[in-house]
Write a protein of this length. Sequence first.
Length: 465
Amino acid sequence: MVSRRTLLTTGASAAVVAGTGLLFHGTAPAWAAPTYGGYVMGYFTESPSSLADNYGLHLAISTDGLNWTPLNQNSPVVTPTAGTGGLRDPFIMRKQDNTFVVLATDLKGKDFTRQNQYIHLWDSPDLRSFTGYRRIRMHTMPTHTWAPEAFWDASRGQYGILYSARNGGRDAFYVNYTTDFRTVSAHQLYFDPGTDVLDATMHVGTGTNYLYYKSFADGRLYGARSSSLAPRSFDRGTYTSGVINGGIEAPIVVKANDRDEWFLWGDSFSPNNGELYVWRSGDIDSNGWTPLGKERYTQPLNAKHPTIAPITAAEHAALLSRWGAPTWNRIKSYNFPDHLIRHASNAARIDPYPFDPYADAQWRLRPGLASSSGVSFESVNYPGRYLRHSGYVLGLAADDGSSGFAGDATFHRTAGLADGGWTSFRSHNIADHYIRHANYALRIDPLSTSSSATDRADATFRIGY
């Protein structure tokens, strides 16, 4: 079992923000709290057949905290050079001097029996560059050091570094204190509710503080609260009935920057799954998390055990300028929002994410081969091959340079037939026909706004990353 918790609490009203996972409300900051206009996510990648396995720090940005743009073509922006040479469970924290520190588990791959007492760290002024790479030893226990996350404890004038470790027969959370993320105090037991737990994530609030975690007693995500940040103060503070049963870990709690709305992210338990889930609440103090449909959010491709931190609009723009948006897109179905358009053995269809080869669902949206006002879908992993219709069925085929192929492979974007905020694709050379899925296969059929609701939904998609 791998762990990774990153809690991210984000809020424009917060007085002090502990980066990727912590939002500190009501604490007098050493700097003026920024006005947040976006979010950054850090993660590593894995996919079902391990084709995407990469244990460096990846970044993605978002304006709404739900739909993400991977940076640097979804390749890592920095990779550890010591220890195991890889990371899991990254955590991005905005420190009190308004710069960032990145913490991560020192583990490359999926050998969760490996003992390691160290964590990776980097400093960064703006997440555009990373310096001061180092590893810090957190303890000498014969166990792991998983999913480190930091928070600011104003009463101590120190940062606490939380992590999962095993001692005395079960997994619990430990803490070391630091002022500089270079030297740390001796480790202390921080949270032990009497059962194995994993993936601590902290939200420091005004008067009440929140710690979310995974319990191995039933596989659910739980939240505990305390008026104190002292070690063991959360032990008897669990107040939620448990979110989801089995298969989920690595909670992240994210507050919307501009309103009192909270999102709880969880990672699929399977190391190779690469699927994230989201729940919503209007009040973190209540026991009321409800699942969010996948039509509401799109995770970065193959993202695992992420961390999310609030950033300013200027930081959002600067990260996009530095690392760049992908040169490819993914396209999800409106009425099957966990399904993506992909090719498989040259057939075009929709399939549930995640899958391998994951590149089967990546498309370069080119100016239409028959008309620059349209669009043609070129495969990323088979360059020069495009989606085209033949006998009304869509498939992947090599461009033969003919005008007939160009017409068959060109489509025009229109407002979604089922939802104007989404997109439908009208055939260039059969003007009343639209791309739609039928029994998961893609074809073109005659459709209009007066077609049945089911047919219109089958022909509606969202272009994203």
